[in-house]
Structures are given as C-alpha cells and as structure tokens.
Design a protein around this ligand. Structure first.
Ligand code: NAD
Length: 229
C-alpha cells in the first residue's frame, strides 16, 4: 500500500501539485524544500514548515485514513508505505507506518541528524539544537536527499512480494516511490491505482485505475470485501 498527498486532501491538507490548492502554487519547491534553501534561509524554511505543521496537527484523519487502519486490523498482512509527512495515518490508528519522506511534526538537528523534542515551533527563527547548537530542521526528506534506508527497504521488499498493491492519492512523479507500483506489477501483483484523476497515471498489464476520492473508494472497498453485518 502506497499513499500520497491525495489521501490527506479530504482532511484539508493541500496536495503538492493540484493546481488550485497545492502548496506549490503559493511557493516554489526549490525555494523551500531543499538543503540549499535551508542553508540560504533557514528561518524562512522553518516558518514555512511550522505553518504546515500547524495545519497538519489541526487536521483530522478522514474516512480514507481510517479505512486503511481498519484494513490492517481485519487480518490481511498490510504494509503501509506513505509519502505523506503529516502523521495522519498514525492518528487514524495505523500502527506500522513506513514514512518514506519523514514527518513534519518532528524536528531534528541539521548537523547530527538526531530527532529532537522542541516546543519552539512558533519561533520566527530556526531554533538551536539543545545539544550542539546547530539549527533545528523539520524531520522530512528534501529534494536531492536520500530516503530513510529502512523505510525504502521495507517498501521495495513489500512491492516485490505482495499479491495486491494499492497506490492511493499519488501523482507517481517522485522517485523512488513512483516506481513501487510498477515493481509490484512486474512481480505479478494486481495493482489498484486510486485517484481522483486519470491525469498522468501510467497504465499497463495488471494496473487497474479506480477513479474516485480516497475517502470514498477505500471505505467502499473494505465494505465490499468485509461487509459489516
Ligand atoms: P501530489 O500532490 O504530487 O499528487 C496528489 C495526487 O492525489 C494527485 O494525483 C491528485 O489527483 C490526487 N488526489 C487529490 N485529491 C485526492 C483524493 N481526495 N483522493 C484520491 N486522490 C486524490 O502528491 P504525492 O504524489 O504524494 O507527491 C509526493 C510529495 O508530496 C511527497 O514528497 C510528499 O511528501 C509531499 N506532500 C505530502 C503532503 C502530506 O503529508 N499530506 C502534502 C503535500 C505534499
């Protein structure tokens, strides 16, 4: 199972690439989500992530997040891999979430990489690490940075071994996550691609597009497979 920003859209969290509502319509990614941007203007980057963090913490998980949490409890072995950084899967009750792009509700030291507890999210400047004094940064993966090795390993292994792969609410543009559905299809899995729009989605043998919102399609899939009687 691979999720992207579309799963959180119905919680009011903008996706990156939806033209009207996406964060990228207001800011240029290369200005804010790169190590170079942080080196150039850490305070601007800190404030932008702090605003996104406030937004994520103020949002509630939606029916799509809850359906995925319920799916894992119903019995099938589910590996939940997400590109989302908002923590909503965990708040919906998903116990094991493999975060490919980190989590913007956490901060870490920009020098030593250690995750750090901080109550300084409202600071107008990126706060110092309490241990070494280097600036704190959000615990997310920026463009040009490597993904967390363990989460990527789990994702690749699950894609290659699964019977069914669901890609939900992702534009499938950001590698290496974008390759996961095709790895699964090439290994013989049945791949469902749940998205509001067919735009930009690849097709091929064993790939089954399902048009609709995550908050509608995922509960309906569960209901069809495990009707609540
Ligand atoms: P994206 O913005 O590139 O694509 C979102 C996709 O979701 C689009 O294809 C869109 O058609 C679809 N979509 C929109 N609303 C939907 C809905 N209700 N139901 C189903 N599909 C819907 O997002 P992505 O592919 O996840 O891009 C990857 C990058 O975006 C990652 O780096 C990720 O960290 C970051 N991101 C995360 C969040 C978050 O954590 N919520 C928000 C914005 C961006």
């Amino acid at each position: 199972m691979l999720t992207g920003a579309g799963v959180s859209a119905e919680s009011g969290i903008p996706t990156f690439r939806d033209a009207l509502s996406g964060w990228w319509a207001r800011y240029r990614p290369e200005e804010l989500a790169t190590p170079e941007a942080f080196a150039r203007d850490p305070d601007l980057v800190w404030r932008w992530y702090a605003e996104r963090r406030r937004h994520a913490i103020g949002a509630d998980p939606n029916a799509g997040h809850r359906a995925l949490a319920r799916l894992a409890r119903l019995g099938p072995r589910v590996t939940l891999v997400t590109q989302n950084v908002d923590g909503l899967h965990q708040r919906a009750g998903s116990a094991a979430v493999h975060e490919l792009h980190g989590n913007l509700t956490r901060a870490r030291c920009s020098r030593e990489g250690r995750v750090v507890e901080t109550d300084r999210w409202d600071a107008t400047t990126a706060p110092p690490c309490p241990t070494c004094g280097a600036r704190l940064r959000p615990d997310v993966v920026w463009f040009g940075e490597p993904l967390p090795a363990r989460a990527l390993e789990v994702a690749l292994e699950a894609a290659a071994a699964c019977d069914v792969f669901l890609a939900v609410g992702t534009s499938n543009l950001v590698e290496p996550a974008a390759s996961l559905p095709w790895i699964a299809a090439a290994a013989g899995a049945c791949v469902g691609v749940v998205n509001l729009s067919p735009r930009g989605q690849r097709t091929g043998p064993r790939i089954h597009p399902v048009l609709g919102s995550a908050g509608t399609v995922l509960p309906a899939l569960l209901e069809a497979a495990w009707p609540r009687t």
